[in-house]
Design a binder for this molecule. Structure first.
Ligand SMILES: Cc1cc2nc3c(=O)[nH]c(=O)nc-3n(C[C@H](O)[C@H](O)[C@H](O)COP(=O)(O)O)c2cc1C
Length: 393
């Protein structure tokens, strides 16, 4: 007889239910730090809402009794088209959050992308042996620091380098302002009352908070506390980022170079011409430019501009396996998830992220079966209402 799943798993029957559980378990300022977006959160909401406007045209007579969700990406086989995207400070949601999420990704047969702002070093993450693993970096005023990250990632055997281009000026996340969210988190008297019901989080993370830091930036002889490092990092982001930097990174990094934060088709084309091996259509989960188009709205023009030369990935607002199916039908090769894995971490650490990936896997499989599609190559625009009459590519 199979064992009854733990109660959190039964309650987290989909990603939205998992979010609700995470909300109950996290102090408000921490939940909002992960959940929130920039300014009025229009782009944040739109990322999800835009999927509702994309309707599928199933072809059940194609008969898909069994479905294969696997794909090849940058020469490696993944068992499903959902990848863990880079999220800074995952360690606020669960002790060693990054390593926990990476292990869950590897066990599920998919890739994990480490944020520059992890609480463990990129070498510590690599030491877990998880693969494929990608490293995310920014371009700093001091290009020497960016170079150092790239060289460390190369030495530590990362399989891909993700350069994020939409974060050179930090978006104003107003929930953080309202909540008085600080790094490291400090809690006011009013928060402490609310904290009583978040006791498990406090017991797990409390002892670690004083030493929690952006581990990749720690240097011997320099202030290594998170506050000092956060200020230094933010001041170092270079808004004069340009195409020259993509050329430069292309010259430095020998493996797959993935540019994250593309919405405009001309930027997509330019990045590919400069040697990018992949793109992530992304608005940073609505945390940067409020009013930016939803990722799924921007996807088709980017796919058209790239003309199949490199894989186009997407993130932002994918909360259902059916959203992944829609994105792939519109030309994405795979999808990244940000917040859902943080909610998984908050609820049950590695097991929580494994559960999130399992939810996506089951939902993608079901949606493909209902659409009459046997494998990911079978997902195309003919399955999308409004695009079905388009001539074949
Ligand atoms: C708490 C948090 C931290 C993030 N940190 C980073 C980061 O360090 N680097 C980066 O490129 N993107 C970062 N992102 C953006 C994600 O990689 C991703 O683009 C976004 O979360 C996708 O949208 P979704 O959360 O709707 O899935 C972060 C997102 C969140 C929610």
């Amino acid at each position: 007889m199979s064992e009854r799943p733990p109660s959190w798993k039964r309650r987290a029957y989909n990603v939205a239910a998992l979010r609700a559980l995470a909300r109950r378990r996290l102090p408000r300022a921490i939940f909002d730090f992960g959940d929130g977006g920039a300014e009025d959160e229009r782009t944040l909401r739109r990322n999800e809402a835009a999927f509702e406007e994309i309707r599928l045209l199933p072809r059940p007579l194609e008969g898909a009794a069994e479905r294969d969700l696997s794909l090849e990406l940058f020469g490696q086989r993944l068992s499903l088209p959902v990848i863990i995207g880079p999220t800074g400070l995952s360690g606020l949601f669960w002790p060693d959050g990054e390593r926990a999420a990476a292990r869950a990704a590897a066990a599920a047969g998919t890739a994990f992308c480490l944020s520059h702002g992890s609480v463990c070093t990129l070498e510590e993450l690599a030491a877990t042996g998880v693969s494929p693993r990608w490293m995310q970096v920014f371009v700093y005023r001091d290009r020497g620091l960016t170079r150092e990250f790239v060289e460390r990632a190369q030495a530590a055997g990362y399989d891909g380098l993700v350069v994020t281009v939409d974060n050179q000026i930090i978006g104003h996340r107003e929930r953080d302002t309202r909540n008085g969210f600080t790094i490291p988190p400090r809690f006011r008297a009013a928060d402490l009352a609310a904290m009583a019901i978040k006791l498990p989080w406090l017991l797990r993370l409390g002892p670690r908070l004083p030493s929690l830091t952006f581990a990749n930036y720690r240097r011997p002889g320099q202030a290594g506390d998170i506050k000092a490092l956060a200020a230094r990092m933010t001041g170092m982001l270079d808004p004069s980022l340009s195409w020259r930097d993509i050329d430069w990174l292309r010259g430095l990094w020998t493996g797959p170079l993935i540019v994250k934060g593309i919405l405009h088709p001309a930027e997509a084309k330019g990045a590919v011409e400069r040697g990018a091996d992949g793109l992530v259509v992304s608005n940073h989960g609505g945390r940067q430019l409020d009013g930016a188009a939803a990722s799924i709205e921007a996807l088709p023009a980017v796919v058209a501009a790239v003309e199949g030369r490199v894989p186009v990935l997407i993130d932002g607002g994918l909360r259902r396996g059916g959203d992944v199916v829609r994105a792939l039908a519109l030309g994405a090769r795979a999808c990244l998830i940000g917040r859902p894995q943080l909610w998984g971490l908050a609820v049950a650490g590695e097991a929580g992220v494994a559960h999130v990936l399992d939810i996506y896997r089951r939902e993608i499989d079901r949606a493909m079966g209902l659409c009459g599609v046997r494998d990911l190559a079978g997902l195309g625009p003919d399955l999308i209402l409004g695009a079905e009459m388009a001539p074949p590519a």
